[in-house]
Design a protein around this ligand. Structure first.
Ligand SMILES: Nc1ncnc2c1ncn2[C@@H]1O[C@H](COP(=O)(O)OP(=O)(O)O)[C@@H](O)[C@H]1O
Ligand SMILES: CC(=O)OP(=O)(O)O
Ligand SMILES: [Mg+2]
Length: 429
């Protein structure tokens, strides 16, 4: 079957929408990046719209502007489609596959083509990822309504973590209830971890199945994953993306009783307009998912700003910075022991991991006691601006010290990569 045309990959994060377009070459499974767009600050307007097409096949064009009328992921996607069609030579009808990052996939361990059955299943999971599944579904619906020639395919953050051992993914609660309701650790950011694992294996010239890594995905939502012999062995997010590390608006792990002392309405259904009216999101979940994290501690959701102000002496920002370092070190220590000290590298990624020079330095300084290489100051500074997919930020000592790496994650490419390798998606094309 012919594999030509364009693949669009949409990554709905909690605060951003990242979209990449790839062109397919029929000769073997190869993907050529054609254009990329990112819409950030969707939840703290005005949204920032960035669009850049570099390929000769479409007109060369770039944009970087604030857009007032983007208020959610659906309007961000519609804005992208109008720029695509007005300012490049590609039309929505040239698309053959549309890959959608859907954060919660429940029992699905593989990507699925969207049809009535799969759509309904994903809709039912929306309560378990209130900041994510709804926005992704709104974009999927626009595709189903207005783009007729392309499959919409859901790729789940949870897929990568289907290898979690049962003693790691099980919560110590009544197992009958747990089984009936699917109450277990699922883990998230899995497309990112799959992308990072492949890039790091290439960089180190080692097979994935031979690698033990501790990977930090630090973005608006932040998590850590212990990868043992190329498979997810433990990760810090849980049943929902709320657990583990704090994030832009998320508390991360707190004593579960805390919320009942914070508000006496914890169990009431929230009427926060941020969540679709058909979602059953409680006041407790609203407080911990969207009124906590950096926003609660410092007033901004932007960790770049937190970092800068912490350096300038702001106490609130310094507290947020130190708190994140503390939680990260807690997980690294735990995963180091869980991996029996056999750790090839600690890898920083996500918007914060890829750009926050100071945070990387402070975390890395604390890892020297575990035989990690000391930080190379200039390599660490350069890692935030280099075009390289993976960079080494530890000193090269030749004494077998454990490595410190920064990796640019690419969830959109990961979806397109998996898409062209899955035979069933191409059957009726
Ligand atoms: N120079 C920087 N230093 C620290 N954090 C940064 C810097 N630039 C961007 N960030 C942070 O990266 C985060 C966004 O990460 P990203 O992975 O793109 O998010 P999302 O979860 O929306 O996909 C934001 O909190 C942003 O403030
Ligand atoms: C799962 C998750 O938290 O994703 P993001 O960081 O993109 O919001
Ligand atoms: Mg993200």
């Amino acid at each position: 079957m012919a594999r030509t045309g364009y693949i669009l990959a949409c990554n709905s994060g909690s605060s951003s929408l990242k979209i990449s377009l790839y062109r397919l070459a029929d000769s073997g499974p190869s993907l050529r990046p054609v254009l990329a767009s990112s819409i950030s600050n969707i939840t703290s307007p005005p949204a920032q719209f960035i669009f850049s097409s570099e390929d000769d096949a479409v007109s060369k064009y770039s944009k970087d502007e604030e857009v007032e009328n983007i208020s959610d992921h659906a309007s961000a996607f519609t804005h992208f489609l109008s720029v695509l069609e007005n300012d490049t030579t590609v039309s929505r009808h040239d698309l053959v596959q549309i890959c959608h990052r859907v954060v919660h996939g429940g029992a699905y361990s593989h990507p699925v083509i969207i049809n009535d059955k799969t759509l309904h299943y994903i809709e039912r999971l929306s309560d378990l990822a209130p900041l994510h599944n709804g926005p992704a579904l709104a974009i999927i619906q626009t595709c189903l309504d207005t783009i007729y020639n392309a499959n919409s395919i859901a790729f789940f953050d949870t897929m990568f973590h289907h290898t979690l051992p049962s003693h790691v993914r099980t919560y110590p609660i009544d197992q009958k209830v747990a089984l009936e309701r699917g109450l277990r650790k699922y883990g998230f950011h899995g497309l990112s971890y799959a992308s990072i694992l492949r890039s790091v294996a290439e960089f180190l010239d080692r097979p994935e199945s031979n690698l033990n890594l501790i990977v930090l995905h630090l973005g608006s939502g932040a998590s850590i994953c212990a990868i043992k012999q190329g498979k997810s062995y433990d990760t810090s997010m849980g049943l929902t993306p709320l657990n583990g590390l704090p994030g832009a608006t998320r508390s991360g792990a707190v004593d579960p009783s805390l919320i009942f002392h914070y508000t006496n309405k914890a169990g009431k259904i929230s009427h926060d307009p941020k969540f679709a009216s058909d979602l059953r999101v409680t006041e407790a979940e609203t407080v911990l998912n969207s009124q906590s994290g950096w926003k609660a501690l410092t007033g901004t959701q932007d960790f770049g700003l937190v970092s800068k102000r912490a350096k300038e002496g702001s106490k609130a920002d310094k507290l947020a910075f130190d708190l994140l370092v503390d939680r990260i070190l807690g997980y690294i220590g735990s995963y180091y022991v869980k991996l029996s000290g056999k750790v090839d590298a600690v890898v920083f990624s996500g918007g914060i991991g890829e750009k926050a020079v100071d945070l990387r330095r402070v975390v890395a300084d604390n890892l020297e006691c575990l035989s990690f290489a000391p930080v190379d100051e200039s390599a660490n500074a350069n890692a935030s601006s280099t075009a390289d997919q993976v960079s080494e930020i530890g000193m090269k000592s030749g004494d077998g010290s454990r490595r410190l790496l920064v990796c640019k994650t690419d969830e959109q490419y990961e979806m397109a990569y998996q898409c062209i390798r899955t035979e069933e998606f191409w059957k009726e094309i």
